[in-house]
Structures are given as C-alpha cells and as structure tokens.
Design a protein around this ligand. Structure first.
Ligand code: SF4
Ligand code: SF4
Ligand code: FES
Length: 363
C-alpha cells in the first residue's frame, strides 16, 4: 500500500513590505534568503542545526520588543519582518567591530579553507576596521599540534562553534568541543590534547566551515606564497565509488589543494581524509610516468607502452590457456574515470568471457 503524503502547509508573511509565502518549519532566515535578501551570518551553516550565537542575522519583527535572530526564529503566518533598518544595520556593524577588535588578524589567505573569507567579506561590506574596541584578545593558538593537515590558529577564533557542530552533526565524531568561558574560551579535544590523539579522522570539515581561517588547510597553505591566482575546477573525487564533488584548487599549472563542494549531491560538503588531503601523488616526483616490466634479472625496468602491453597480453593468454577463462579476474581502479571503468569491464567480459570483474572501491 502506498503511504499517503500530506501536502506541506504553506502560509505568507510580510518581508520588507512584500508578501512572501513560506513552508511550515522554515525559519525567517530561510524565507529571507529564498527571497533574495542578503542577511549577514557568521555562525550559520545551512547543513547544521541553527545555533543563534553570533546575532548578526537579527531582524525586526512587528510586535517583538527586541530584534530576533532570524536563523533560529520560525516563520509564522502574518509575521511582519524587516531585514534591513538603520537600527539593525548599526547593531550588525557594532557586533562586527567587537569581533574584529578581538582577533589578531581578520584577513587570511583564501587557501585556508572554503569559508575562510566570510568574516573578511562582512567586514568589507560593513566597512569595519578593527580597533574601536581593541583590548584583550581571546583564543590561544595550539602550536604544539603539528599534524600535517590542520592548522589550529585559535587567535582568530570567534567562537561560532561551526567546527564543533560540523564534527558532531555531520561527521558524527565529536572529536572537538569548547572549554572555558569568556576570553578563556577555547576549542579543544578531550584532555586538551592534539587531534591525532583524539577521535578526529582528519576529514577537514571543521577547516572548511570555519569562517575566519582559525582552522586552516595546512596542505593548501603551502602554496600561499606561490605566484598566481587561485582557480577552482569542479570535478569528482577519484578515490572511491561514492562520487564526492570537489573543487580542485590550482595556481598556474600546479594543483595546490582540494575543497569539498558544499552543493555536491553525494557529499554535501563532506570529504574523507583521502579526498581532502591526499593529492600530492598527482605531482609527486616518484609518480610513474612510464610503464615498468620485470626482466629476467628480476628487477623492474622502464619500457615503452607497446612492449609493456605485449608482455601483459602474453601473460593473460598464458594464464587463460593453461587454467581456463576463470583464471582471469579484473579489478578496476577507483581512481579511473567512468569511461575507463566501462572499458575495463568490457575487456574482461568480452575479452575473456568471464564476469569476474570488480572495482577496488568494493574490494
Ligand atoms: S577533521 Fe573532521 S573529525 Fe577531525 S575535528 Fe575536524 S570535523 Fe572533527
Ligand atoms: S575555530 Fe573557526 S569554526 Fe571553530 S569556533 Fe572558532 S571561528 Fe568558529
Ligand atoms: S547566523 Fe543567526 S545568530 Fe549567527
């Protein structure tokens, strides 16, 4: 029996003088974003439960005494919302001044992470420069954590909790949390140790959601001083069959980093350690560029493709001739593109008459 699907209830509210419809369960922020309003946010990540920490997304709602955080306030029928008033903009600018005053620096290289430019973009938009509230600064960078993947530069942390929440809600790892209060507040692991000794899988999701660059992609940051602009090329991670969408970061002709595609249908911004950080093989000096065959001396020697393919064909023929067609088993590389994977199964099925073909992502 097919289950009955209830139609989702829709209603309307007034947004900046315009009547807009919304679906039950949406927040004011979601309605405003869909309607094209540019409500600023810092602690918001569409993939995570709304948190309501930074208060930048505040809006005015008729009948409510104080501005409300639009990311945590449900839209209700008949609501009258103003997203941009002089008072709201002043409130946002002051909040940004407080944040900017607390950080050692507010401008970091874009190679630090996907969201690393969010704070800087807002400071530019509101023409905020640090200094008005200069004084004590919070956060202590963890310089003892010398893992090769993640920079923990908490002098730039604004306590938005996005890293902690993505680790718990998306990765399910709960590797990091927050300790202390006020200026002493600090992102930490259990027993305040290093990531390697925690439940961290080095997936990099915390790095990519951090809006200030307090968490940085150490592998990509190696290229900060290289000449050239960062270019992004959308593609699919070649490591396994999940098909995570990624943006390859290049400078001139060099691959310098990888960032997850937040709108990737298979991964929605998530990657594993391999897809995120294991790209050095592409330009590694030990990478094979010529086929190798083992000669009578037992050693591998470089040769041309024709010789290598002839040797492989002879080996296949010998195995199938002596032991039958099921003596051949093909395992396609998870790094191969679809076309190569298709050719591989054709080669095994049509060439040898066996269905013994698989892919290393399943093997
Ligand atoms: S790298 Fe992944 S597992 Fe490690 S702390 Fe960050 S989000 Fe958690
Ligand atoms: S490290 Fe980055 S993501 Fe985590 S709380 Fe600080 S600013 Fe937010
Ligand atoms: S984005 Fe709404 S409170 Fe931070």
């Amino acid at each position: 029996m097919i289950a009955e699907v209830k139609p989702t209830a829709t209603a309307t509210l007034t947004l900046d003088g315009v009547e807009v419809s919304f679906t039950e369960g949406e927040t004011i922020y979601e309605v405003a974003e869909r309607a094209g309003r540019e409500v600023p946010t810092l602690c918001y990540d569409a993939r995570l439960e709304a948190f309501g920490g930074c208060r930048l997304c505040v809006v005015e709602v008729d009948g409510m005494r104080a501005p409300v955080a639009s990311c945590t306030t449900p839209a209700t029928a008949g609501m009258v919302v103003k997203t941009t008033t002089d008072a709201i903009e002043k409130h946002r600018r002051t909040l940004l001044e407080l944040v900017a005053s607390e950080n050692r620096e507010n401008e970091v290289d874009e190679l630090r992470g996907h969201a690393s430019q969010e704070l800087k973009s807002l400071l530019d938009r509101y023409e905020v420069r640090g200094g008005r509230f200069a004084g004590r600064q919070s956060g202590t960078s963890n310089s003892t954590d010398d893992n090769p993947f993640i920079l923990r530069d908490y002098d730039l942390c604004i306590s938005c909790y996005r890293c902690v929440r993505v680790c718990a809600e998306q990765e399910g790892d709960h590797a990091i949390t927050m300790m202390n209060r006020g200026f002493e507040k600090q992102i930490t692991t259990e027993f305040n140790g290093i990531l390697k000794d925690s439940a961290c899988t080095f997936c990099g999701q915390c790095v990519q959601t951090c809006p200030t660059g307090a968490l940085g992609d150490r592998k990509a940051m190696r290229a900060e001083s290289l000449p050239g602009e960062v270019e992004k090329t959308r593609t699919v991670c070649p490591y396994c069959g999940v098909g995570c969408s990624v943006d390859l970061l290049t400078k001139e002709d060099r691959l310098v980093g990888v960032q997850p595609a937040m709108d990737g249908p298979a991964n929605e911004g998530a990657l594993c350690i391999k897809g995120q950080f294991a790209f050095d093989f592409v330009q590694h000096e030990d990478r094979l560029k010529m086929p190798l065959v083992r000669d009578e001396d037992g050693e591998l020697h470089e040769t041309d493709w024709e010789t290598a393919l002839d040797r492989a064909a002879d080996g296949f023929k010998k195995a199938a001739g002596e032991h039958g067609r099921h003596a051949v088993y093909g395992v396609a590389s998870g790094r191969a593109p679809h076309e190569a994977a298709y050719t591989m199964q054709k080669f095994i099925r049509a060439g040898f008459g066996t269905h013994q073909i698989d892919n290393c992502s399943r093997a």
